[in-house]
Design a protein around this ligand. Structure first.
Ligand SMILES: [Cu+2]
Length: 68
């Protein structure tokens, strides 16, 4: 299992946090997601054999937010 911290721009409330969390959870291979509005970041645990950071970032982007 790999853990990565991804900075996310554009979140302004709990609703945004839920949208980003749901988007990341929808990526196959993701095990655990913790999104922080205060820190503007997502801490993601995932199976390296099934997904990668680029795919997770793409899912964040699709949900309307900006991974950095
Ligand atoms: Cu919001």
């Amino acid at each position: 299992m790999t853990q990565e911290t991804i900075k996310v721009e554009g979140m302004s409330c709990g609703h945004c946090v839920m949208r980003v969390k749901k988007a990341i959870e929808g990526v196959q291979g993701v095990q655990k997601v913790d999104v922080s509005l205060e820190n503007k970041q997502a801490v993601v645990e995932f199976d390296e054999g099934k997904t990668d950071v680029e795919k997770i970032k793409a899912a964040i982007k699709e949900s309307g937010y900006e991974p950095v």
